[in-house]
Design a protein around this ligand. Structure first.
Ligand code: HEM
Length: 422
């Protein structure tokens, strides 16, 4: 889809996967554009999702394709209030099995902490939290700043950079690998595995990638157990909970999920941020002139670029908005829609870098609110801060560059930007 002028939601095509018998056929819709799967070239690539909240749309519909690591389709909620209910009502919605890609490789350990429900979830958060608090981030900030500054300095005098491939793709992964104690030499292989897991449709390809990364992480854990150090990877590998060592499943469950959730989520955010700023010189100028608004601007960038939707599973039968759902059914929340719900966010498509009460769902909500939220925000703030200091000239996207974006993870591969040298 390139610059479409009108949108509609078709029924799911005949070759879409079959749905359970209790799902009314008229509710089975093709909303793939809300699930990160349909590229477009709009300045605000999530606008096609607005139709999902139009009055003539069913409040809840059914998406027949597998998503969020599950093997079947899911009910979809698109309004902010409904999304909040899914995130916050832990008696009705479970996250067991969410992002459980490891099943594809025949593995049974859960993703921790995302795949754990209360009360156990809190134990794991408590174990991991010390590494992700604002205080911990303050300590990490000099290293984040050094990594970012060094990279910007390496190209600042060139007047151009592929900000996606040669910068955004790399620095947050560097920060993450450093935190975990994972080697940068594995960078390309890690990204290749992640691409296969998230984006390759063939199950065998996904499964091979999962097997590859898990074999690697198990070797990494063994190394950290043999020679502990001060990294998060070592803390987990040698961790204790309730006065006992973590089990093998707990250690791999946490290491794997941090790899999956932390590796390049920030990288995808950077590309979309620069795409927007490259298309909007006035926004750039406002940020450059007012560094004090960078923290709220970062939240606004995050709001308008919800990279992932989340899934949950119903613990019991329920009727919601007139739809009968059954225990075990999956429910997907479309943050891609909820973050633009005009009832929650006045003028949702206006980018307001000083937007008050910006409670978006890009980093999820409720008890599973992203563990890396402070890290992600800190990285993005430091990035803007250092960028404008080191490259004070306005930048623009190079003429003729392809600005097509996949409104989801790993969304833009190349984004060449240029600025005039004094
Ligand atoms: C802009 C960057 C990021 C985005 C958009 C993002 C998004 C998310 C979302 C949507 C969830 C919740 C999923 C759900 O509720 O089903 C989540 C959870 C999580 N994220 Fe992030 N994330 C980002 C960065 C990071 C980083 C840098 C790390 C680690 C270094 C991280 C680690 C985690 C963990 C461990 C969880 C599970 C939390 C729990 O279940 O309690 N994330 N993230």
């Amino acid at each position: 889809m390139s610059n479409p002028t009108s949108y509609s939601i078709p029924r799911a095509p005949a070759d879409a996967p079959a749905v359970p018998s209790h799902v009314p056929p008229e509710l089975v819709l093709d909303s793939r554009m809300g699930n990160g799967g349909v590229p477009n070239n709009l300045p605000d690539p999530y606008t096609p999702c607005d139709i999902l909240r139009s009055p003539d749309m069913p409040r809840i519909h059914y998406y027949p394709w597998p998503s969020s690591g599950n093997q079947v389709g899911a009910w979809v909620v698109t309004h902010y209030d409904d999304i909040r209910r899914v995130y916050e009502d832990n008696d009705l919605f479970s996250s067991r099995g969410v992002a459980q890609f490891q099943i594809l490789a025949g593995e049974t350990f859960p993703s921790i902490p995302l795949g754990i429900d209360p009360p156990d979830h809190a134990k794991y958060r408590k174990f991991l939290n010390p590494w992700f608090t604002p205080v911990a981030m303050k300590k990490l900030e000099p290293r984040i700043r050094a990594t970012i500054s060094e990279m910007i300095d390496s190209f600042a005098k060139n007047g151009e950079v592929d900000v996606s491939y040669d910068f955004g793709r790399i620095f947050p992964v560097k920060v993450f690998l450093d935190l975990m104690g994972l080697p940068f030499a594995m960078f390309d292989q890690f990204l290749a595995w992640e691409w296969d897991i998230l984006h390759e449709p063939a199950v065998a390809t996904k499964a091979a990638a999962v097997s590859g990364i898990l074999a690697y992480l198990r070797g990494f854990i063994a190394e950290k157990q043999a020679a502990p150090d001060k990294t998060l990877g070592s803390y987990i590998a040698n961790g204790e909970l309730d006065g006992r060592p973590l089990t093998t499943d707990e250690v791999i469950g946490m290491t794997w999920f941090l790899w999956l959730g932390g590796l390049d989520t920030v990288a995808s955010s950077v590309s979309q941020m620069f795409r927007r700023m490259g298309m909007d010189p006035a926004l750039q100028q406002r940020l450059r002139a007012n560094p004090a608004i960078i923290p709220t601007a970062v939240d606004e960038f995050l709001r308008v670029q919800p990279l992932v939707n989340s899934g949950r599973r119903l613990k019991r039968d329920v009727e919601w908005h007139g739809v009968n759902m059954k225990a075990g059914d999956w429910v997907t929340v479309y943050n891609t829609s909820g973050n633009f719900d005009e009832k929650q966010f006045p003028n949702p498509h206006v980018f307001d870098p000083e937007r008050p009460h910006n409670r978006h769902y890009t980093l999820s909500g409720g008890i599973h609110l992203c563990l890396g939220a402070h890290l992600a925000k800190r990285e993005l703030r430091v990035l803007l801060d250092e960028w404008f200091k080191r490259i004070p000239q306005p930048f623009r996207i190079r003429d003729g560059a392809d600005t097509t974006v996949m409104p989801g993870l790993l969304s833009i591969r190349n984004l060449p930007i240029v600025w005039d040298m004094p």
